[in-house]
Design a protein around this ligand. Structure first.
Ligand SMILES: Cc1cc2nc3c(=O)[nH]c(=O)nc-3n(C[C@H](O)[C@H](O)[C@H](O)COP(=O)(O)OP(=O)(O)OC[C@H]3O[C@@H](n4cnc5c(N)ncnc54)[C@H](O)[C@@H]3O)c2cc1C
Length: 386
């Protein structure tokens, strides 16, 4: 294994595997490390939204998902606490919307990881435990290998794609967490669920407010079922999410659908770092992508597509430089700014559908007091997404 690469990517989930593949496609010499061995599971709702499809198509994984017949999401159903339901069909390419997929993460992540293995050097069972520095610049990583040895690898750029608890973010000194910008969520796989029609279902039930209950179909009878809530609300309510999920399944509107459903395996839970948090996601010699950068959509809980999009922005911004020399702080910060158009697309797309958000945005721009804040696009995004 070479010790010096153009790029080191830490973490081979959807964000890291995409980032490694795209850098390699751009001609960079890449090392991808993950502490696990693939296929490995990741607790998730397994819904892959339209935002992920461009990168998946470029990597040939969209075609593989279609060939293997994974469940398409034919629409989204939202229901309110009083039981009002709306169904939005996701006709492919209509109004720029695309039907995504629902695919167990164990299989989905493995497809992306195998794609990365074709394009770059990969180490599994290699846990990054520290960063290397040259002066103030992050210049590589220290990884604990399977045999217990700690090995050093250096690169022109280190990408932290190592999820919610990112070691790269911690060791680079930019990690922070806030219960108001973090969700907790649990999910289980259930067979024998009735009424699955290919729709991704999001239900705002009294049992789980202010969070939501989801039913994401994996086939005509199996579904990923879960519930998520903001950590600060969960602490305030002393809520046990497993019990909340059971209560949702027993809600009279759903009880019939779960009467003969059987839990496959165990209910698992994990945290979801939301994009409403304002956290640095780049610095001297490193960038963070996906959950490591806290990029999950606070409204929908979608993190896979956002992670893959952030990976593609990092590659667009930095691929030419990494092939020639170490990336400096200003170049890494250009990635942080490169994310703005994508975040603004989400924020303004939401404002288009909500009068309250439109007024808030207009107020910020029109009012004198708000002028300084309105100059800061990240502040606008945070407000719109909160
Ligand atoms: C219950 C739940 C439901 C969700 N539902 C959805 C959904 O339906 N749709 C959606 O889009 N998003 C959903 N999300 C969010 C989504 O799971 C994440 O946003 C997504 O996994 C982010 O991908 P990632 O590649 O950034 O990180 P991860 O998928 O977490 O991958 C990080 C990788 O880094 C590796 N790693 C970690 N530390 C190290 C280290 N020190 N050294 C080496 N490797 C390391 C890990 O082994 C892992 O493979 C959900 C999350 C939860 C918890």
């Amino acid at each position: 294994m070479e010790r010096k690469h153009d790029v080191i990517v830490v973490g081979g989930g959807p964000s890291g595997a995409s980032c490694a593949s795209l850098f390699a496609l751009g001609g960079a010499n890449v090392l991808l490390l993950d502490k696990e061995h693939f296929p490995r599971d990741k607790v998730c709702g397994d819904a892959i939204g339209g935002k992920a499809l461009n990168v998946l198509a470029r990597l040939g994984v969209e075609a593989e998902l279609k060939e293997k017949g994974f469940q398409r999401s034919s629409g989204i159903v939202f229901s309110s606490p009083n039981g009002t339901e709306v169904e939005i069909p996701l006709v492919e390419s209509k109004d720029g919307m695309s039907a995504g997929f629902v695919c167990k993460r164990k299989e989905f992540d493995h497809m992306l990881f195998k794609r990365a293995k074709l394009a770059c050097a990969v180490l599994e069972g290699a846990e990054v435990v520290d960063l290397l520095f040259e002066g103030k610049r992050v210049s590589g990583v220290k990884a604990k290998m399977l045999d217990g040895s700690v090995q050093e690898f250096s690169a022109n750029l280190v990408v932290g794609a190592d999820g919610t608890l990112s070691t790269v973010a911690r060791k680079a000194g930019v990690f922070s967490t806030n219960a108001k910008h973090n969700c907790s969520a649990v999910r289980g796989y259930y067979n024998g669920v009735l009424g699955l029609r290919g729709n991704v279902e999001i239900h705002f039930l009294p049992e789980c407010m202010p969070g939501y209950f989801w039913i994401f179909p994996l086939s005509k009878t199996e579904a990923n079922v879960g519930v998520g809530m903001l950590l600060s609300d969960m602490f305030a309510k002393k809520a046990n999410l497993r019990k909340v999920m059971e209560a949702c399944m027993k809600n009279p509107r759903f009880a019939g659908r779960f009467d003969s459903a059987r839990l496959l395996g165990e209910v698992g839970g994990w945290n979801i770092p939301l994009a409403s948090a304002r956290r640095p996601c780049a610095g001297n010699g490193f960038v963070l992508v996906g959950d490591a950068a806290s990029l999950v959509d606070p409204f929908s809980g979608e993190g896979i597509g956002n992670g893959m999009k952030s990976a593609s922005i990092a590659v667009e911004t930095l691929c030419t430089v990494v092939k020639n020399r170490p990336v400096n702080k200003e170049e890494c910060l250009a990635y942080e700014l490169g994310k703005l158009p994508f975040l603004l697309d989400i924020a303004i797309g939401k404002a288009k559908k909500s009068e309250k958000l439109r007024n808030e945005l207009a107020g910020m721009i029109a009012s004198r007091e708000a002028k300084r804040q309105a100059m800061d696009p990240l502040f606008v995004i945070r407000l719109l997404l909160s």
